[in-house]
Design a protein around this ligand. Structure first.
Ligand code: ADP
Ligand code: MG
Length: 257
């Protein structure tokens, strides 16, 4: 709705690593209930954007408003508690724990001090708790029968695509208002990627706001209300997926100059 407070509003965000300007005065608005995609070549600052939003990088200048409140400078655990969850480009799961236990870590991260509190309890107790919790099942169900039969299996035996699904589940377990997905289809084949796109659309239908870094333009076109293009740390352009795909500068940025 016009005039509504955006879920996320980033103003003039600049992030430097020594002499390198990873993000340069970037402005991004993520309306509540939308799916916004961030695309751009390697090294354009996409993951740095996520790291800054989630407090893993705290060197940012400018402003990041989450539901109207400044979060730039907060610690990552504080930001998680406000209702922002994420996945990582390089999957970060506890491979010796079960699928259910990994999903549980997400909830504990929200409720307790840090992501490790769940891990330091006995795996047996966690397994019992997890099995008893409707919400673990609710979340796993988002992925159809991909995870449901594997809730008690350790992550080490899972396919790459299923590890991605567990990572997303773990993020969802914290019941976020805003979900940040960093290349969730990386390593997935086309049909797996499009299946995930449909599942992300389903989350959107449940009211979740999604900011997604995604290289596969088919996926982007299917799910994104708006696409932001980063290049060398700057916002090159933004707009609907079909317009952005036709943009000469975007093609140039992707093909290299
Ligand atoms: P993308 O995700 O778009 O591929 P990144 O955000 O990972 O790009 O990286 C943007 C630039 O910032 C790159 O040049 C990268 O090497 C640099 N960079 C990212 N994180 C750090 C860091 N923690 N310290 C130093 N340089 C970094
Ligand atoms: Mg990246």
């Amino acid at each position: 709705e016009p005039g509504a407070v955006p879920m996320l509003e980033i103003n003039d965000l600049t992030v430097r690593f020594g002499g390198l300007v990873a993000l340069n005065k970037v402005n991004i608005t993520v309306p509540a209930g939308s799916v916004v995609a961030v695309i751009g070549p390697n090294g354009s600052g996409k993951s740095t954007l996520f790291n800054t939003i989630t407090g893993l990088v705290r060197a940012g200048e400018g402003s990041i408003l989450f539901q109207g409140n400044e979060i730039l400078g907060l610690r990552s655990d504080q930001i998680l508690k406000t209702g922002i969850a994420r996945t990582f480009q390089n999957i970060r799961l506890f491979t010796t724990l079960t699928v259910a236990e990994n999903i549980m870590v997400g909830l504990h991260a929200r409720l307790k001090a840090g992501p490790f509190s769940a891990v330091f309890r006995s795996p047996k107790k966690l397994t019992e708790e997890a099995a008893g919790r409707d919400w673990v099942i609710e979340i796993a169900k988002i992925f159809g029968n991909r995870l449901m039969p594997r809730l008690g299996q350790t992550v080490v035996g899972l396919s790459y695509a299923n590890r991605r699904r567990v990572e997303i589940s773990r993020a969802l377990a914290s019941k976020p208002k805003l979900l940040l997905l960093d290349e969730p289809t990386a390593g997935m084949n086309t049909s797996e990627s499009l299946e995930l796109a449909e599942q992300i659309k389903g989350l959107h239908a449940l009211g979740l706001t999604v900011l997604i870094i995604e290289h596969k333009l088919d996926v982007v076109t299917r799910i994104a209300d708006k696409v932001i293009v980063l290049d060398h740390g700057e916002k090159l352009t933004e707009g609907p997926a079909d317009e952005v795909r036709k943009n000469e500068q975007v093609l140039e940025a992707y093909l290299g100059r």
